[in-house]
Design a protein around this ligand. Sequence first.
Ligand code: 5GP
Ligand code: MN
Length: 314
Amino acid sequence: MDRLGSAQRVLVIGHASPDGDAIGSVAGLVLILRRRGKAAMGCIADGVPWFYRPLLEKDLIHTPESLGEFRFDTVVTVDSSDLARLGDAQVLLCGEAPDIVLDHHQTNQGFGRLNYCDPHSPATALIVYEIAKALVAIDEELAQILLLGIATDTGFFKYGNTDHRVLEVATELVKRGASLQRIASAVLENKTPNGLKLLARMLEIVTLAADGKVAYGWVSAAMLAETGCTEQEAEGFVGEVRALHGVEVALLFVESPPGEVHVSLRSKSHVDVSEIALALGGGGHPRAAGCLLKVPGIHDAIGTVVPLAIRAVR
Ligand code: 5GP
Ligand code: MN
């Protein structure tokens, strides 16, 4: 908090392939800092996916290319457990460590000069909420942005990280004008027809292993091209695989661009999938983790990760 207080011009960076928590945490912190009279700008390598955009003001989050001449004396990263997760936004650091790292992943590598990581926090946006409470009045705009992060990282208040505290904060944000319906509608009800076709193709090839305790599906670069989709449209697919009866570990492999496969790992009750992701150079939480593999083809990634999942459920 003191380090943020002494900063004058702050760049807030979230992870590439952003989710609602990355977007909510970046935008929330930028708003707080601006309201404290500082110059602040958010940056996310891939920009903000179109369906989140109606939920936030235009000028809060840029790509590294659209940042222009913005000069900064302090860099804060949010919701990223390691440097590589920042993607192309890493270049803005010019090889130096970020000044402040704010995160909630138990696999956080402590890559900042100052590191604040609370693995018990259900969302990084909840940490940003605490900062907001200490520094500014939380108005409707800020409440909406923070609720976006909290709602998405708790699976709209149904994952195991949903405790009474998170529900109390959500209630507080709704009292201040945030609309859960707006967030749910933007995030859950903006699927494209092509995205549905891609989902159908993925569901058709879901494969079971370890007596049905492991289930995995994949989206190859060819499947994306054939259905006219980007990898963004596969967001949430892993949840469909986890929903299967009897499954403990669910995996989704997405190949984009060719040569790179992003693996999403989920578990239902006891396997710590963040250990598997960490061993493969990624990270995450016990019940939700991910990693990026550079492999010749998607079946190389499947051949690497599925045996680890099978071993973990035995
Ligand atoms: P998802 O599978 O939805 O992309 O991510 C699940 C969780 O794992 C999120 O908390 C996300 O931040 C984390 N995660 C996903 N991919 C990576 C990755 O490549 N590296 C790291 N460190 N974490 C990841
Ligand atoms: Mn998060």
